[in-house]
Design a protein around this ligand. Structure first.
Ligand code: C2E
Ligand code: CA
Ligand code: CA
Length: 660
């Protein structure tokens, strides 16, 4: 049965059922037809006797022997009964079981029918009509009659008179039945043919419907399978399909020293294309990239789209690491060829990450993950092609678990904000910086360094920033309503700053809490800005125009030129902690702090010294004319509630920390 398709099995089983049904129905039909025929023949016989013969007899006739003139009348009636039903033989039985009258009206040769009472006669004498078809008989007289008529219907009809308690006698009639029989056969045959035809049509219809439905289902499931394994935009295998292919490649035999290599390619600045030229162009670029890669790779490997602007190329058999790098370089070169997307000329740069089996990955998911790590290193360091190195990997199992937990933590409110005061020379609280911590259910309070970098890589940073922003603005609003307009600063990382919707979300938060935008400060590092200066400028300008304050964090650690920073709508710079901490014992650091303070002043920017831990540093800063500072000397970052004293006791840069 296994060898046959489901449809074939259905065909056979349903056909069998239809045949069985047909046979049963045919039998039923045949029985019904013959029963009906028998009934109507019997009815006719009863009618003939009661209408044509019985009136000739009186109950008295039936009690005695028949007078000759009555017998003659009966003879006439019997042979003249052609108009109704032809009678082959008639016997009239008396109640006592004797034969009153007997005639074979159409038989010429003399016969001597039996005058022995039968069981049927006994039944008829009880008042029941008995009928039976006979087509053969042992009795010689019946045999002669059968030879003449073929088949006979034998009917016993009780002779009843009104007012009499039981039958006065019984008619035993033999009627020719062959023609009825023939027509029964013909009728039955016709009915059965019709039935069979109907069933065949029914079965064919059923089969057709099921066949069509089954074909549709098969097509549908094939389509679903295709969709589950392919990317809709490019038709390339998707991540799932690639995983299957990697597993297959890993299982395959290779010469010693050879590797299966996964190259992960990510377009640089694809987002710009999407944002500036529109999604249509973005899609076209992705399709073109897919086509080029596929053409370039040919039969050598498998090209897949992993989502967004990320492609994977699996090379199942590569002889060396150098060859793998060369191949990846060749992919990049092929994609770098200038192309036109709807008339717009573009040059696409890509970053590639490589992972190799068996050297650094044992299974498909490790290969994908490692190639991903390498690709991010390539992106970050602008190195083009990077082969996975364990040292770059932050995807250790516990880090990964932490990341999974982080998604939950963001949603379930495990992130808490601590606030660190920005203190002015006059002792006033000039503002606070919101610094996020993760109140981890098992590991306790985690510092941002433990989860922010991973959140940035995975995109969780957007949700995280949204939560921080909402909490910080809500807290600032509480202070504001309590009568202290304390600006609150929120740290924003590169990915968030370059996120298209970010400025809108900031404005929405301010609107929700009905907070003056000037009470919110966004801290961005130099490196964040330099990663994509044009875009950063667009976002920052929008925020600044709305009234939000902007601060350059960790100032001095990046490579931004001051000339460039001057063109940005910045209000504040924060001198990096490393310079401030070293300024009392390192002359170059002191000079850097000095010139930064002077420069900030000249540009009209507020200058904050970060990481002031001791009084010597504080004094040195005051000496340089630095007007704002932040550091453990004044306060560590603490929960909002612990800042209460700061709002009550005026502070100076003297370092006299309020308690409580
Ligand atoms: P940051 O923006 O430079 O924040 C200042 C960091 O220096 C804070 O570390 C703070 O606790 C620490 N600090 C302040 N005063 C002193 C001092 O006198 N001595 C020393 N040694 N350290 C001091 P924290 O809270 O661990 O934050 C580290 C970094 O994490 C922050 O550096 C910031 O870049 C990032 N971060 C914090 N919260 C957020 C956030 O909500 N979003 C994003 N994207 N990044 C955040
Ligand atoms: Ca900061
Ligand atoms: Ca900083």
């Amino acid at each position: 049965m296994r060898r046959f398709s489901l449809l074939q099995r259905f065909a056979v089983v349903s056909l069998l059922l239809v045949v069985v049904l047909g046979v049963l129905m045919a039998q039923l039909l045949a029985t019904m037809v013959s029963k009906r025929a028998l009934q109507s023949a019997t009815d006719a016989a009863v009618l003939t006797t009661t209408v044509a013969i019985q009136p000739l007899l009186t109950p008295a006739d039936l009690a005695n022997t028949l007078p000759a003139e009555k017998a003659a009348a009966l003879d006439r009636a019997v042979s003249g009964s052609r108009g109704g039903t032809e009678i082959a033989r008639i016997k009239i039985w008396r109640h006592d079981g004797g034969v009153l009258y007997l005639a074979d009206p159409h038989t010429t040769s003399p016969v001597h029918p039996s005058t022995v009472p039968s069981d049927e006669l006994a039944e008829a004498l009880e008042g029941n009509i008995e009928a039976e078809v006979i087509s053969s008989s042992d009795e010689p007289d019946n045999a002669a009659l059968l030879a003449r008529y073929g088949t006979l219907l034998e009917v016993y009809v009780p002779i009843l008179y009104d007012g009499e308690p039981g039958p006065a006698g019984v008619f035993e009639l033999y009627l020719p039945y062959q023609s009825v029989r023939d027509s029964i056969r013909a009728d039955t045959l016709q009915a059965i043919s019709l039935l069979a035809g109907g069933l065949v049509v029914l079965w064919l219809g059923l089969f057709r419907t099921v066949a069509t439905a089954s074909r549709r289902l098969r097509d549908e499931s094939r389509r679903n399978e295709y969709q589950a394994l392919h990317d809709a935009l490019t038709g390339l295998p998707n991540r799932t399909a690639l995983q299957v292919r990697i597993d297959a490649a890993i299982g395959q035999h290779r010469a010693p020293g050879h590797s299966a290599v996964l190259v992960l390619l990510d377009l640089d600045r694809f987002r710009d294309v999407n944002d500036t030229l529109g999604h249509g162009h973005g899609d076209a670029l992705i399709r073109e990239t897919a086509a080029r890669l596929t053409a370039h790779v040919g039969d050598e490997g498998v090209v897949a789209r992993l989502g967004g602007d990320e492609f994977g190329v699996l090379l199942p058999d590569v002889s060396s690491r150098a060859e793998a790098v060369l191949a990846a370089e060749a992919f990049r070169a092929a994609l770098r060829e200038p192309l036109e997307v709807d008339g717009v000329p573009l040059v696409v740069e890509t970053s590639a990450g490589l992972s190799m089996h068996p050297a650094d990955a044992a299974d498909a998911s490790a290969m994908l993950q490692h190639a991903d790590v390498a690709m991010y290193v390539a992106k970050r360091t602008h190195r083009g092609v990077v082969v996975y190195d364990r040292a770059d990997d932050e995807h250790s199992p516990e880090r990964l678990r932490l990341l999974a937990d982080l998604a939950v933590a963001i949603e379930s409110g495990q992130l808490v904000l601590h606030y660190q005061p920005k203190v002015g020379v006059d002792g006033s609280l000039q503002g606070v910086e919101a610094l996020v911590r993760w109140q981890h259910p098992e590991r306790g309070l985690l510092p941002p360094a433990e989860f922010i970098p991973a959140a940035e890589r995975t995109g969780l940073i957007h949700a995280l920033t949204d939560v921080v922003l909402a909490d910080a603005v809500a807290q600032a609003k509480l202070w504001y309503d309590a009568g202290t307009a304390t600006p609150v600063a929120v740290n924003v990382s590169t990915r968030t700053l370059l996120d298209v919707g970010f400025a809108d979300r900031v404005m929405a938060q301010l609107a929700v809490h009905r907070m003056p935008p000037s009470l919110l400060c966004i801290e961005i590092t130099e490196t964040t800005i330099m990663e994509d200066p044009d875009r950063a400028r667009a976002v920052l300008t929008r925020l600044a125009e709305a009234g939000v304050r902007l601060s350059i964090d960790d100032f001095g650690t990046g490579y931004s030129s001051l000339a460039y920073l001057k063109t940005l709508p910045v209000h504040e710079i924060k001198i990096d902690r490393s310079f401030v901490a070293a300024m009392t014992h390192s002359e170059p650091d002191r000079v850097i702090v000095d010139s930064t303070v002077a420069l900030g002043r000249r540009l009209g920017l507020a200058v904050v010294a970060e990481g002031v831990e001791d009084e010597a540093t504080r004094d040195a800063l005051v000496g340089l004319g630095c007007e704002l500072a932040q550091g453990f000397l004044f306060s560590r970052p603490v929960p909002a509630a612990d800042l209460r004293a700061w709002f009550q006791v005026p502070q100076t840069m003297s370092g006299a920390r309020p308690t409580g």
